[in-house]
Write a protein that binds this ligand. Sequence first.
Ligand SMILES: [Zn+2]
Ligand SMILES: [Zn+2]
Length: 192
Amino acid sequence: MPKGNVVTPRLPDPRSGLVLDTRDVSRRAGVLKEVTRVAEAPVDLGIDVIGVPPGSPIEFDLRLESVVEGVLVTGTAKVQLQGNCGRCLEPISSSEVVDLQELFCYPGKELDDEEASRIENDLIDLEPVLRDAVVLDLPFTPLCRPDCAGLCPLCGANLNKQPDHGHDEAIDPRWASLTGWADPESDSKNKE
Ligand SMILES: [Zn+2]
Ligand SMILES: [Zn+2]
């Protein structure tokens, strides 16, 4: 394989709110540090139908713990969500608390795992971990409410706003015969 294709991981940017300095806890096993901070959401955090608006505040509540292999980060991130209901397409906005847990390894202690998160220049980058946690937590079909009635399949009217909406006269003739078949009274009338 040509060596030029080897992708070097991008180094954490110490100015990013998603990057933590581990110098206070690293190299001394058993040291604990609580970190609470608000950072701006990166772009493209989410899936097509719902996601975290770029630049919106993410509230981190984290615990950094020094272990033999590196620094263990556990805690939560509270993110804002915006998207559209999968049934009625109305805009949705809510917030979600996702759990974070990741071991960031010291250089040279990668545990034989290519995918292991690493400490680079005493810094750890929360972004990939946050990304995984948020995307895993998002519903494939977000709903404005669990019992959303959706849209009328014939005209697209929002059935949440018009619960009595209907198209009585528009029953397809192919189905009308089935309707009669299911009803003995109308069946006998048809025979007369
Ligand atoms: Zn809806
Ligand atoms: Zn309709």
